[in-house]
Structures are given as C-alpha cells and as structure tokens.
Design a protein around this ligand. Structure first.
Ligand code: AMP
Length: 400
C-alpha cells in the first residue's frame, strides 16, 4: 500500500460477510480476522477509518411489508467483536450513506473507527448504482478495497465507488494483494508438476474451472459428488450417486480435451457407498463404477485416497477446491481428511499449495491444517472466477 494515509479519512470496503447463529453470534470470524492487518495498519498510520461491508442477502429476505429485516442483517451484530479484536471503540452508523453517515465520518479523528450499516440495505448496491457509489465516496478521502470475497461482483461499494478516487487515492488492502499474488502463483509460470484437486457437489458449478485447468495443470484429481458424472459418462454404474445426466456429454468432452493435452485426470477408483444420504446409513467400500441401485457414493474410498495422495506428494504446485465427500457427516469425511493431510505434507516438502473455495477451506480449518498449507483464500466464487481467467470487477475498477 504505497499511498499516504496519515491524517486522512480512509474508506475501506471489507468482506465481513460472516456466518451468524440464531442469537446473531459470529460462528466463524475468519473473514474479519483476515481483514484486520489492513485496518490495524491504517489506524497505526494515523488514519480515521470508515468501514463498509455487506452481510447476507437482505434484499432477498425482506420483511412481509417489503422493508429490510434490519434486526437480522444489521452490521451492528459485528461491532462488539470487531471492537474486541482491535481493542478500540468502534462507532456505528445505522445508515450506509447520507447526512448522518457523512457527519459521523467527518467527525472522526485519526485512529478512530466508524462502521457503517450493511451496504446491501441500499437497493442500488448490487446493481452497481452510480448515485449510491458517489454517496459512498463522500465517506472517505481515500478508498481501500480489501474485499476479495466480493471482488467478482460489480457492486457500488466494490467497484463503482473506485471511480470517484484518483489513482493516488485508492489502493488494494493487504488481504486483496495477498489473494491476487497467491492466485497468480498458481496461474503464472508455476513450478511443475501442477496438480488441481477439484471436488464438491456438482460438475455444473465448475465447468469453466475444469476447462481452464486442463489448459495449465499437469494433473487433475476429481473427487466429491462431481466425480460420478465422469464415472457414469465413461460407462460406469453409479447407482443413486449424484449424477448430472445433462452433463454426461460435457464430461466426456472434458476428458477428451485432457487426453489431447496430455493432462492426467484421476477419478476415485473406489468409494465409500451408503444406502441412504445419512450418517446412519449402511456403508460399504466398492469400486466407483460398480455401484448398485439404491446405493450412492458419498466419499472417495481408501484406494482412491492412496492414489490421490501419491499424486499430491509428487506435485510442486497444488490447487484445491471442493471436498472429496460429504465431509459434514463424520463417516464420509475420511477422504477429505486424507487429501488435506497429503496437501499439508506436500507443502512441508516444498510444494506451493493454495486452498480456495468455501467448503475446502472449512475442511482445512476443521482439521486444524490451515497453517500447514501455503495459502487459504477467503474467496469462494471470486477465487474460482480469478482462476477461470475472468477479470474481476473489484480488481479492474482499481486499475482504471
Ligand atoms: P461445492 O459447494 O460445490 O464445493 O460442494 C460442497 C458440497 O458437496 C458439500 O456440502 C458436500 O457435502 C457435497 N458433496 C461432496 N461429495 C459429495 C457426494 N459424493 N455426494 C453428494 N454431495 C457431495
């Protein structure tokens, strides 16, 4: 961050979209934690800091009378926690923009913090509304974007607002810079072999990613529910496993493209199968292409774990997105655990490993391995789109 922030009022867009429980207590504060270095730096440098973020999707869950459910979605829920983490008082403004917000922002002294209300309480936010962005820009003399998690959205607070600040009055925060730098390590001239591990529920969510991975990875490991669409496409019997019938042809096309480019695609040879989608189901280990009707593959099996781990341990660059099974249920978490361990071990041996996307991040955190991989991304959709080669509006807007 090479702009002067001392004695300046700095507007920072962060991604504080954290999960809350029924009592509005934060259940995972990773996103707040990851934005703290930038906020602390600004405070230490003598800036007055105005923080804005979204939380949830308030416009999609309006009250019956069409009004915003403030009680549920207010950013005030985060104020106490943020204050504790910064060991400083955090002022709160019940509007994002407007007279009160402007007055409170202008009254801030260096080292003071103001949190303004949920950006998505404003209808124009998700449309990238110009008037709203202009109002937002009045809150600061400098704009910092540290919200990688929403960088793939062209919203007022993430993209449009940047145009009201000149090149020397705007900057990425430390988190945003780190996300970009680490994703680039995978895409640009990575050390080989490069292995991508892709899992999760559906092929349809990750078509573009797979397509792009085939262009730069040496190995692609496919696990999770999406593996069964590939296995069925190759003529396997997948029983009641999660298969996207309308993606069978596409799966074959991807396999062919990989073959042509000499990219190895690894599918799970065996699976832990169950007779119902439940932790209490009857379970067996079976060849993934010999699953009978009434049974479904819910995790990769022991042979697949071994084979995948071997490939991972021989890699120099690793990218992981998506769990290997229904890891939320203990009997089907073994595959994801084995992969997490292998990625950690490969990292220890000198590989660069990037874990991106909501569920694989949750898995790595759950297993206490977050510190044993090279980088854990805070962006699910944003990281996917970056790796797919798309230009993210939140990044592009800062470079104009
Ligand atoms: P995604 O958001 O696409 O990364 O998918 C994550 C979800 O995929 C998790 O909730 C997993 O429970 C689910 N998942 C992983 N493997 C399977 C499987 N074999 N069958 C059904 N769902 C799965």
């Amino acid at each position: 961050m090479n702009i002067k922030v001392t004695n300046k009022r700095v507007l920072i867009r962060v991604d504080f979209n954290v999960p809350l429980d029924k009592n509005n207590k934060i259940t995972d504060d990773t996103r707040i934690q990851r934005a703290l270095p930038t906020i602390k730096y600004l405070l230490k440098s003598g800036a007055a800091v105005v923080i804005m973020s979204h939380l949830g999707r308030p416009q999609k869950k309006l009250n019956e009378d069409g009004s915003i459910n403030v009680k549920k979605f207010t950013l005030e829920h985060l104020r106490g926690h943020l204050s504790k983490k910064l060991r400083k008082k955090v002022q709160f403004c019940p509007e994002t923009v407007g007279k009160v917000a402007n007055k409170m922002a202008k009254a801030l002294k260096p080292g003071e913090i103001l949190l303004v209300e949920n950006t998505r309480f404003n209808k124009g936010e998700t449309k990238g509304d110009e008037a709203l962005a202009k109002e937002m820009s009045k809150l600061g003399q400098i704009y910092i974007n540290d919200a990688f998690g929403t960088a793939h959205r062209a919203h007022s607070s993430t993209a449009t607002v940047a145009k009201y600040f000149g090149a020397r009055s705007k900057s990425f925060g430390f988190l945003m810079s780190a996300e970009i730098e680490n994703a680039n390590k995978v895409i640009n001239d990575p050390e080989r072999p490069v292995t991508a591990i892709v899992g999760g529920a559906k092929v349809s969510d990750k078509i573009l990613l797979l397509d792009r991975l085939i262009e730069f990875a040496d190995n692609i490991i496919v696990g999770g529910g999406m593996a069964y669409t590939f296995i069925k496409a190759k003529g396997g019997r997948t029983g009641n496993s999660l298969v996207e019938e309308d993606k069978l042809k596409l799966a074959l096309r991807l396999l062919k493209k990989a073959e042509k480019r000499k990219v190895n695609i690894y599918l799970p040879k065996d699976s832990t199968i169950a007779d119902q989608f439940s932790a209490k189901a009857k379970r067996e280990v079976k060849d993934s292409n010999k699953i009978n009707k009434g049974w479904m593959g819910l995790d990769i099996g022991p042979d697949a774990q071994k084979a995948f781990s071997k490939v991972i341990l021989e890699s120099k660059t690793l990218l992981w997105n998506g769990p290997m099974g229904v890891f939320e249920m203990k009997p089907y978490a073994k595959g994801t655990k084995a992969i997490a361990k292998a990625v950690a071990k490969a990292t220890k041996k000198g590989a660069f490993s990037l874990v991106g996307g909501g569920d694989s991040v949750a898995a790595v955190n759950q297993m206490g391995l977050a510190d044993e991989v090279s980088y854990v991304s805070t962006g699910g959709g944003a990281m996917l789109e970056f790796l797919e080669g798309k230009t993210l509006p939140g990044i592009a807007a800062m470079q104009k």
